[in-house]
Ligand binder design. Structure first.
Ligand code: FAD
Length: 375
């Protein structure tokens, strides 16, 4: 159903070389469309957006690859917003979400029993395989927030937990985009839309309505019962000893930087640092932790340390040269001897804004780029 995510780097490269961007553009919105399934690898830095774009442009013109290049820009846009607002993205960003009756996720979502067959099938697949198609994510968020009138925050945590590609910026801001707190209006999809893009016709559901009926309908019976959720982090085992005063240099990977080429050939201890406290609010599913461990094992010499800062950096290690790569959630990590971190690679390094909307961000990039000229 979905490709295997527990593969090796050659397989990822092979998959990228086989992307057909014109087919992607015409079928992306269909559940069976030819999407790339690269999300988990991009989220964890196994590959980055630049590598995907470069590989695409070796074989295709910018015009042909435009749709996929634009989607990669959506990811970068959300990360620019996160860089600008920091923890501000965890609250309603532009407008208060309207018409909320509960903060808690409907039980039917967690049990994959909404009665909408397409959504229930996608929910079951998510909980087993850790992947959900973009359109299904939009339906899920629209049903939960706009039809079920739930505040977006708890459902977003729940989806983040189950996805292999759960990404703080893309997930948080997409939920806010669907529920209207980071967009001009709420997104709705009716049963006709689901039937068209899932190719699984169903009628007589609570979504089987005209579009103008959806915003004013009562919360369907199936979504009324709410549940509180518990999350379990099954961290991998530590294989690394704490940093020692005699360690000359430490290359510190975060789980967002599982890039085997990062500082390739550099000497020094190489440690993947997993800080349990970072995953209390935003936990990761057991499958996700297995996925992280799988990709960590593919980085030569990488040790794993699970523990808090004082355990990894005991007294006397304050002056160690610690090298890491920029990411918003690791700002409290030690830095190198000049107080710096390696920058991330961006597909679109400039501009860093404006970030008031995706179109205001993307238009100038598209206009100035040679890639999208007609020739
Ligand atoms: C409610 C909701 C929650 C989401 N949560 C996440 C999340 O936690 N992590 C995440 O990476 N994406 C998230 N997305 C965006 C999008 O759904 C996924 O990036 C995409 O489905 C991943 O599958 P793919 O790799 O096959 O995508 P493809 O369509 O093949 O796209 C290739 C890559 O482009 C990027 N991309 C594509 N579409 C988007 C988009 N709309 N926004 C941001 N980046 C995009 C991703 O890095 C993706 O891997 C969410 C969308 C919604 C509506």
């Amino acid at each position: 159903m979905f490709p295997d995510f527990f593969v090796d780097h050659n397989t990822i490269r092979q998959r990228i070389s086989e992307i057909q961007p014109s087919s992607y553009a015409s079928t992306r919105n269909h559940l069976q469309g030819t999407v790339t399934y690269l999300g988990p690898f991009i989220t964890h830095g196994v590959i980055d957006t630049t590598a995907v774009a470069e590989a695409l442009l070796e074989r295709h013109t910018g015009r042909t690859a435009e749709k996929l290049l634009t989607e990669l820009a959506w990811r970068e846009y959300f990360h620019r917003v996160w860089q600008a607002y920091r923890d501000g993205i965890f609250a309603d960003l532009r407008h208060p979400q309207e018409n909320v009756i509960s903060d808690q996720i409907p039980e039917a979502i967690g049990n994959a029993e909404t009665g909408i067959t397409t959504v229930d099938d996608c929910l079951s697949a998510l909980m087993t395989h850790g992947y959900m198609h973009n359109h299904a994510r939009m339906w899920l968020a629209a049903i939960t927030c706009n039809v079920g009138r739930t505040h977006w925050y708890q459902p977003a945590r729940w989806l983040y937990y189950h996805l292999l590609d759960g990404d703080i910026a893309s997930n948080t801001l997409s939920w806010q985009w669907v529920c209207g707190s980071f967009s001009h209006r709420k997104y709705y999809a009716n049963q006709d839309n689901l039937n068209r893009y899932a190719h699984k016709p169903q009628g007589g559901t609570f979504l089987d309505k005209a579009y103008d009926e959806l915003p004013t309908m009562a919360v369907p019976e199936a979504l009324l019962k709410r549940g509180t959720l518990t999350y379990v982090n099954q961290f991998p085992a530590s294989t690394a000893k704490p940093v020692h005063a005699t360690d000359a240099k430490v290359l510190l990977h975060s789980l967002w930087n599982l890039d085997p080429m990062w500082r390739h050939g550099d000497t020094g201890r190489r440690i993947l640092w997993i800080e349990p406290s970072m995953h209390t609010e935003f936990a990761l599913s057991p499958l996700r932790w297995r996925f992280i461990e799988h990709w960590a094992k593919q980085i030569a010499g990488l040790e794993i340390f699970v523990g808090e800062k004082e355990a990894l950096f005991p007294q006397g290690t304050e002056n160690i040269n610690v090298i890491s790569r920029e990411y918003p959630s690791i700002e409290h990590w030690p830095t190198d001897s000049k107080g710096q971190r390696d920058p991330r690679r961006w597909c679109y390094p400039e501009p860093e804004g404006p970030i008031r909307s995706f179109s205001s961000y993307w238009k100038p990039i598209r206009k100035s780029s040679e890639l999208f000229r007609n020739t």
